[in-house]
Design a protein around this ligand. Structure first.
Ligand code: 5BU
Length: 264
């Protein structure tokens, strides 16, 4: 199957190269799964990617979680991710003014050098996106920003008004790959998709086959329902890395998400 057949308007109206890259990889691997690789050691990360790499399309990192992080091991880790044809997504949730966000893409972790996607809050205004895009341009790389339009955690302060503003500003910004939506609430996702339209992506954390409340205010919705409601990528963490058999779990999330996309 070719990506344009599977993704329809999302493919034909995508403007960012990274959007097409994601859709191509997801089609090749028949998986709409982004693994939230929340492991605290480099060894743990390597082990996880070696196990589930073939069944996921993207890898979401929190680089500042890793206790034994070093630039050289991180370079090896990124090479392994590329070997598995994975997009690398640093969930940094940038929120500062444009020029500081741009600088925060460098620094000790040098995020602009290896990330394909990053998250940002739009609380400081749209210049945060320009700052992040400038950082990628400065190292001759292309990337895309996912704006937090919703969150999966209970009691979050991203109310409907705020969501609407983020979508209105983000939908017309060419540096924006799409939006983070709340994977735990399919009804909210349907509404978000209506607001976003067909062009931009919606990626959703808060997804687990065991629906309900998670640890410390996290909430989970069903992976199939999330894709049917309009999610283009299910972000799954503990559903995979916390499973008894991460490989089997990853295969299962891949299959569910792919079937849901085909039905959609
Ligand atoms: P979990 O183990 O599937 O609950 O992991 C979820 C991941 O998604 C974790 O890395 C969070 O930082 C991330 N996340 C989230 O859970 N909810 C959100 O609204 C956003 C990110 Br934005």
């Amino acid at each position: 199957m070719q990506p344009d057949e599977v993704w329809g308007e999302r493919w034909s109206s995508a403007t960012l190269p990274i959007a097409k890259r994601y859709m191509t990889v997801a089609t090749e691997k028949q998986s709409l799964v982004c693994l939230a690789a929340d492991r605290r050691t480099m060894g743990g990360l390597f082990e996880l990617i070696n196990e589930v790499g073939p069944f996921i399309a993207a890898l979401k990192t929190h680089v500042d979680l890793i206790e034994d992080w070093s630039p050289s091991e991180w370079a090896d880790f990124c090479a392994l991710a590329h070997h598995h044809n994975l997009l690398i997504f640093e969930d940094r949730k940038f929120a500062d003014i444009g020029k500081i966000s741009r600088s925060q893409m460098t620094g000790i972790y040098n995020i602009s050098a290896w990330s394909d996607i990053v998250t940002a809050h739009l609380i400081s205004g749209p210049d945060v996106v320009d700052g992040l895009q400038t950082a990628w341009k400065e190292v001759n790389r292309e990337g895309g920003v996912l704006l937090l339009a919703q969150m999966s955690s209970r009691g979050n302060l991203l109310n409907e008004n705020y969501t609407n503003t983020v979508v209105r500003l983000g939908a017309v910004h060419e540096g924006v790959l799409g939006f983070i939506g709340n994977g735990s609430k399919p009804d909210e996702l349907v509404e978000l998709r209506q607001k976003v339209g067909q062009q931009k992506m919606i990626w959703t954390p808060g997804v687990n086959r065991e629906v309900g409340d998670g640890e410390m205010g996290q909430r989970y919705g069903d992976p199939y329902d999330a894709v049917i409601a309009g999610s283009d990528c299910i972000i799954v963490g503990s559903g995979i890395h916390g499973a008894e058999h991460p490989k089997t779990a990853a295969q299962s999330y891949a299959q569910i998400s792919w079937n849901a996309l085909l039905s959609r």
